[in-house]
Each structure stands twice: as structure tokens, then as C-alpha cells.
Design a protein around this ligand. Structure first.
Ligand code: SF4
Length: 182
């Protein structure tokens, strides 16, 4: 088995000459943020096992600067929901999201987190986007680690390009209010 490839990160666009490099502050912050994401894995069932494989030596999410998992919402910036979310558990997921500091992002990993999956029943939440805004959906039942990594890289793209001011925008505040989150 070959070792996973080392990930190289390109510098942002800017002006350079010997001993000088100038770019925009937004881009530097985006570069740092996207390569130092601290995920909070909220794993309730089988998709969580795929995430364990994603963190293991072969797939190694640590190559993307995300090896520091956080089980404390206040020290996390990416909520990864993996597995079936029962309606009874929905307020807990939302509370975890609320306790995370801005900026924060969310991935719904697998069919259950994205839409309830095969559990179209009275007791299962039909997608976590009923309770929190979701940035990226990873399809599959379960998704393979490659798909989880692909979803993670999509989040990295969003993080890298996000303006520092987006979180103060009216659209963003309206979005949170639509979920009853202040
Ligand atoms: S999407 Fe499939 S594999 Fe993932 S938690 Fe639901 S039933 Fe399990």
C-alpha cells in the first residue's frame, strides 16, 4: 500500500518580486482557514464508520490540515453530521451548531443526514437542513471515504473564497433567523 500523497498548498494570487509578496488580507485568511479546519464529527450510525476510515492512515484527512477533531463545539468550525438523526436528537444537533463560533460550516454526510435516507418514518428527521443550514451534501448510503474527502474539499473551496464580511451580511442573518437561530 502506497503512503498517501503529501498535499501541497499554492499561495494565493498576488504580486511578488524578490523578498516581497503582496496579496489581499481576505485571501490569506481564507488560505489559513481552509487548511486548518477543525471538524466536529457528529456520528450516530453507519456513516460514522466510513468517517473513521477517512481519518485512518490510508485516507488520512490529516493531509488536509484537519486531523484535529474537536468534540467541543466551541473549538470546532466544521460540523460533520454522519448518520440517522432521530427527531428527538434534532434539538441536540442544533444546540451543538449554535455553540460553535463563527465562521462555521456544515456537511451532511450520507443519505440519512441529507434526507432521512431509507428511514421515511415518523421518528426520523428528513434531513438536517430542517434544523441547521447545510453547506455541502455528500450522497451515498454509505458514502465511501473518497466521497467524504471530496465533500470536505468542496467545503475547503467555500472556506477559501468566503469573504470576511459574509457573516455580517443581511442574507446570512436572515438565513439563521429562518432556522430560529440568533
Ligand atoms: S446513509 Fe446509509 S450508511 Fe449512512 S447512516 Fe444512513 S443507513 Fe447508514
Amino acid at each position: 500500500m502506497n503512503a498517501p500523497e503529501y498535499i501541497k498548498v499554492d499561495p494565493p494570487e498576488g504580486y511578488s518580486s524578490p523578498g516581497l509578496f503582496a496579496t489581499m488580507f481576505d485571501k490569506v485568511v481564507g488560505l489559513a482557514r481552509k487548511n486548518s479546519i477543525w471538524p466536529l464529527p457528529f456520528a450516530t450510525s453507519c456513516c460514522g464508520i466510513e468517517f473513521m476510515a477517512t481519518m485512518g492512515a490510508h485516507y488520512d484527512l490529516g493531509r488536509f490540515g484537519a486531523e484535529r477533531l474537536s468534540f467541543s463545539p466551541r473549538q470546532a468550525d466544521l460540523l460533520m453530521v454522519m448518520g440517522t438523526i432521530a427527531k428527538k436528537m434534532a434539538p441536540v444537533v442544533q444546540q451543538v451548531y449554535v455553540q460553535m463560533a463563527e465562521p462555521r460550516w456544515v456537511i451532511a454526510v450520507g443519505a440519512c443526514a441529507a434526507s432521512g435516507g431509507i428511514f421515511d418514518t415518523y421518528s426520523v428527521l428528513q434531513g438536517i437542513d430542517h434544523i441547521v443550514p447545510v453547506d455541502v451534501y455528500v450522497p451515498g448510503c454509505p458514502p465511501r471515504p473518497e466521497q467524504i474527502i471530496d465533500g470536505f474539499m468542496k467545503v475547503q473551496e467555500l472556506v477559501g473564497k468566503e469573504s470576511l464580511r459574509r457573516r455580517y451580511s443581511k442574507e446570512y442573518k436572515d438565513l439563521l433567523e429562518s432556522y430560529g437561530i440568533k
